[in-house]
Design a protein around this ligand. Structure first.
Ligand code: AMP
Ligand code: MN
Ligand code: MN
Ligand code: MN
Length: 312
């Protein structure tokens, strides 16, 4: 992939002088397009981010970098800063964990092959999910979910959820997850994703930084969560999401403290998937508190940006 002029990938961990006020930059480092389980095309994501006043946006599709070239080209045309990203699915101690990679080189062979291996089981898993749903009377879910898929290599639970809403089995996707798609429910199929250390290594090989996504979402107790964050840091992880689409204000406070305690930089990302499904629109989420170190404080891409966020 060739990125357009002005959008060349930053090489390695270039540390620019610290931005004087990184907290008031409208940086959104987590969202999805039709290349994974979002409903807007990569270029539409960038246009929407631009319209919403986002100053730097990362596209972080699940296990897939196929949307980055188009998104980068659109960002260059609009004059918005684009950060190439990905969200890697990981299995850690029987839990599914998500690791966001940022400022990656999407052409890096180690990363490309790693992501391919993570994606490879999705098809068979989807067939099994449909079998589970058929056993409780929901027929044709595989074909139905496929109609919602933008990228045949990336069929996910979100596509099943949209199909189940379409046929009236539930009123919204949140309800579908609770009733059908989480552990113990008929459409849930356990799956083995990448190992934590592997995922962080692939991202590092691609010159990127690894961020632990939405820590409040994992259904594990405090002790295990602590072990997870320790293992992530030990593996080379650099950041943790503090303000994001899955976090309440209390979660943000809690993981803000973890960010300081573990010496992990804080990240901010809407996890936007769709205008009607997502809690936060692109860039429309609280800023990071002054007490935290924003992941982007030393990024050369943001060095000359003027702060635009208020404190409200
Ligand atoms: P998969 O990678 O196929 O397991 O799908 C995971 C995706 O499902 C996540 O990235 C979310 O977009 C979505 N998801 C997971 N849990 C929920 C939930 N409780 N409500 C709505 N969406 C969810
Ligand atoms: Mn998703
Ligand atoms: Mn996630
Ligand atoms: Mn996500």
């Amino acid at each position: 992939m060739t990125l357009p002029a002005g959008q060349e990938r930053p090489t390695g961990r270039v540390a620019s002088p610290r931005h004087p006020d990184p907290w008031h930059l409208n940086v959104d480092l987590h969202c999805h397009s039709t290349v994974s389980d979002g409903t807007l095309a990569p270029v539409e994501i960038v246009r929407r981010a631009h319209r919403n006043g986002v100053q730097a946006v990362a596209l972080t599709d699940h296990d897939e970098v196929g949307g980055l070239a188009q998104a980068a080209a659109e960002a260059a045309a609009l004059g918005i800063c684009f950060i190439p990203g990905v969200e890697v699915s990981v299995s850690w101690a029987e839990e599914t964990i998500h690791i966001v990679g940022l400022r990656i080189d999407p052409c890096n062979q180690t990363l490309v092959e790693g992501l391919e291996s993570v994606r490879s089981g999705r098809q068979a898993r989807a067939v099994e999910m449909a079998e589970g749903l058929a056993r409780v009377g929901i027929e044709g879910a595989y074909e139905g979910a496929l109609r919602h898929v933008g990228n045949p290599n990336l069929i996910s639970r979100s596509h099943f959820a949209r199909y189940l809403v379409e046929i009236g089995a539930c009123s919204d996707v949140k309800q579908v997850f609770q009733k059908y798609l989480v552990e113990g429910k008929p459409g849930y199929v356990p799956h083995r994703w990448a190992r934590l250390e592997q995922a962080v290594q692939w991202l590092a090989a691609a010159g990127g930084q690894a961020v632990l996504a939405h820590p409040a979402r994992y259904r594990i107790d405090e002790t295990r969560l602590w072990s997870l964050v320790a293992a992530f840091r030990e593996a080379g992880g650099e950041g943790i999401e503090v303000v994001c689409g899955s976090h309440t204000a209390a979660d943000a406070q809690r993981f803000g403290r973890w960010s300081r305690d573990f010496g992990l930089a804080a990240s901010r990302g809407s996890d936007f998937h769709d205008p009607s499904e997502s809690i936060y629109d692109l860039g429309r989420l609280p800023r990071l508190p002054d007490s935290l170190e924003p992941l982007w404080a030393h990024w050369p891409e943001v060095a000359t940006m003027r702060p635009t966020l208020g404190d409200g």
